[in-house]
Design a protein. Structure first.
Length: 238
């Protein structure tokens, strides 16, 4: 079945309309809802306004989503599926099994940067949800945030035991890894402030170098031998 079906208005035979498939209409309503909820919050956004922009009646919204709350919650599952989150998590596990530290850290930083660059409206929505103390923000934390945090924390702790990383609180190290790309995304995408001129590629390289060189046990040993910090890595990739 195609996403849109041809329909001729019997009252106005010179007007041809297209009827969306059920799945296409559902996607459309979710995308419009993201925009309105991100701007006005859960309480401020109305299903009437969402329906008007979609070119349908409110009754159509309630055919797809039983309540406004259901529409709001459906956004999370849709966005997680759209972003390929599970595939990315599987990739992280493969990199971890091979002890590919730099590629793993780079993948995390890239995922954060891409999330803000590709879908700033959804990031604004999550900020509003947290401020409004809505369950959707906690659901995202439970489904993605916490599992990824625990995975990275345990990976860093293992690499510390193996002597690859310097000793520190592995949980704090995870926050250090995520902080730079997250803050850049908040400032540049959510608040749309052009504070730095670095490209996303440059930022990705910097974030990866900082965390990798900061965590490296070899750099710490070199510092102790020479009494000074080792120079930063010059390796760059696009």
């Amino acid at each position: 079945m195609t996403s849109r079906q041809l329909e001729i208005d019997p009252k106005k035979t010179n007007i041809v309309r297209f009827r969306m498939s059920r799945e296409a209409r559902r996607r459309q309503l979710i995308e419009i809802a993201v925009k309105y909820f991100s701007r006005f919050g859960f309480q401020g956004a109305s299903t009437k306004a969402i329906a008007k922009e979609a070119g349908v009646t409110e009754a159509i919204i309630y055919r797809h989503f039983s309540t406004k709350e259901h529409l709001y919650s459906a956004i999370l599952d849709y966005k997680l599926q759209q972003s390929g989150t599970q595939e990315w998590i599987n990739e992280l596990h493969k990199l971890a099994e091979a002890n590919r530290d730099e590629e793993l850290f780079r993948s995390v930083a890239r995922k954060v940067l891409d999330a803000y660059a590709r879908d700033p409206d959804f990031q604004r929505l999550m900020f509003r949800a947290a401020i409004e103390n809505h369950d959707i923000s906690m659901l995202l934390h439970q489904k993605v945030g916490l599992p990824v945090y625990e995975f990275l924390r345990d990976y860093i702790a293992r690499r510390q035991r193996e002597g690859a990383f310097r000793k520190c609180d592995p949980g704090v190290a995870v926050f250090a890894l995520v902080a730079l790309p997250s803050y850049f995304g908040i400032v540049s995408r959510v608040f749309q402030l052009k504070v730095v001129t670095a490209s996303q590629s440059d930022l990705l390289n910097t974030a990866t170098d900082l965390i990798l060189n900061g965590m490296s046990a070899r750099n710490l040993q070199r510092k102790h031998r020479t009494g000074r910090s080792s120079p930063p890595s010059n390796k760059r990739t696009d």
